[in-house]
Design a protein around this ligand. Structure first.
Ligand SMILES: O=C(O)C(=O)C[C@H](O)[C@H](O)CO
Ligand SMILES: [Mg+2]
Length: 403
């Protein structure tokens, strides 16, 4: 029986911070798991190093479910983003090991491919409606069949999802949290304009998505959904904060625009009510923040009973390890919907050589045994950790608001 002999946390910052857990077995087999929790990375590093790693040494890496239950139930303190990200990292690494030992890509262990590839959505953002549409055209020219549109809100100095001119979009950009300002009224005026112009310019053969980023009340979200209905968005994401899940019933009463929720969820319990009451259409819980492959599959299986499909989070703060794991899950489950895709920088891709590929709007995890991603530790060491926070958001009168 193989044994785990070491587990190490590797922090690297090739343009942004990533945390990776690397598990090694006594026969030399290794597995990697993403443990990145944007803006709170070192809390997970400490949770893993101080509290999880000592419990892994000597265990049989093939007992993935048992180790998952051990870390979840055994901690007594359940759930929460730090705990569930740490468990996710272990879980991904163990699936990686199992695949390498079997000589099979992880998706084969999960039941095999249910489709040819995973449809992914690109990001198009710009300061103005015209700039955003120009970027969307360029993404469609690369083959993307689905594009998320975010544009600057006139009158606001910066807007969620919109890059500073000439830069890539990367929200965790400051040693202490930057502060932005928000106006719901201004926002609700521009988004329908953006979608009207986008349909006019881009036509109807592309899926258009939008992220509200938790900023509306339920009735405001109902209004946005209704205003966007003529343009048939694929979804509006996180229309309102999801702590009070009954709020989504109010949105549903007012609009048939599909709703996607869950990138901040970390367990099936966060999603259960929304799914069982069919208050959402897409669940965005992600492999790295929601307990790994083992737990994401459980969430997807529950969602499948209610015709809710997956639309997993995939921003750049999810490392290539998480991206690979998401694609293995996405390829295998019956109720895959779409996968977010924000390509990483060349520096990040070099630190994490991977087997997954993009062709014509679809991604495939590749057929390398395991997850098909490694970490180049020598290169990783060239990029030391640099503290970086997500911004905070205030209303125009200074009231602290949702970011
Ligand atoms: O990609 C998205 O939909 C996001 O909302 C991105 C998040 O703001 C980001 O991952 C926070 O770390
Ligand atoms: Mg989002």
């Amino acid at each position: 029986m193989p044994r785990i002999v070491s587990a190490r946390v590797i922090v690297t910052s090739p343009g942004r911070n990533f945390l990776t857990l690397k598990i090694t077995c006594d026969d030399g087999t290794t597995g990697v798991g993403d443990a990145t929790l944007n803006g709170r990375e070192m809390a997970v590093a400490s949770y893993l190093s101080e509290h999880v790693v000592p419990c892994l040494i000597g265990r049989d890496p093939h007992r993935i479910e048992d180790i998952w239950q051990y870390l979840y139930k055994g901690a007594y303190w359940r759930r929460g983003p730090v705990t569930m990200t740490a468990i996710a990292a272990v879980d991904m690494a163990l699936w990686d090991i199992k695949g390498k030992v079997a000589g099979l890509p992880v998706y084969q262990l999960l039941g095999g491919a249910s489709r040819d590839g995973c449809m992914v959505y690109a990001h198009a953002n710009g300061t103005t409606v015209a700039d955003t549409i120009a970027v969307a055209k360029a993404e469609i020219a690369k083959g993307y069949k689905a594009v998320r549109l975010q544009c600057g809100v006139p009158g606001l100095a910066s807007t969620y999802g919109v890059a500073k001119p000439g830069q890539r979009y990367e929200p965790a950009d400051a040693d202490l949290p930057a502060e932005s300002r928000w106006s719901t009224e201004r926002y609700l005026r521009i988004v329908p304009e953006l979608f009207a112009a986008a349909r006019e310019a881009l036509g109807w053969d592309v899926h258009l998505l939008h992220d509200v980023h938790h900023r509306l009340t339920p009735i405001e979200a109902g209004r946005l959904g209704k205003d966007l209905e003529p343009y048939r968005p694929f979804w509006i994401e996180d229309p309102t904060p999801a702590e009070n899940q009954e709020a989504f019933r109010l949105i549903r009463q007012h609009t048939t625009t599909p709703i996607a929720v869950g990138e901040v969820f970390n367990s099936i319990w966060d999603a259960k009510h929304l799914i069982e009451h069919q208050l959402i259409d897409y669940i965005r819980a992600t492999v790295v923040h929601a307990g790994g492959i083992t737990h994401l599959r459980r969430i997807a299986a529950l969602a499948d009973l209610y015709q809710v499909r997956t639309g997993c989070h995939g921003a750049t703060d999810l490392s290539p390890v998480a991206m690979a794991a998401a694609l293995h899950v996405g390829l295998s489950i019956p109720n895959f919907g779409v996968q977010e895709h924000m390509p990483h920088t060349a520096e990040t891709d070099a630190v994490f050589p991977h087997a997954y590929t993009y062709t014509d709007g679809m991604m495939h995890p590749g057929d390398a045994p395991g997850l098909g991603v490694e970490i180049d530790e020598t290169l990783a060491a060239d990029y030391p950790y640099a503290r970086a926070y997500l911004p905070v958001n205030r209303l125009e009168d200074g009231t602290l608001f949702h970011w």
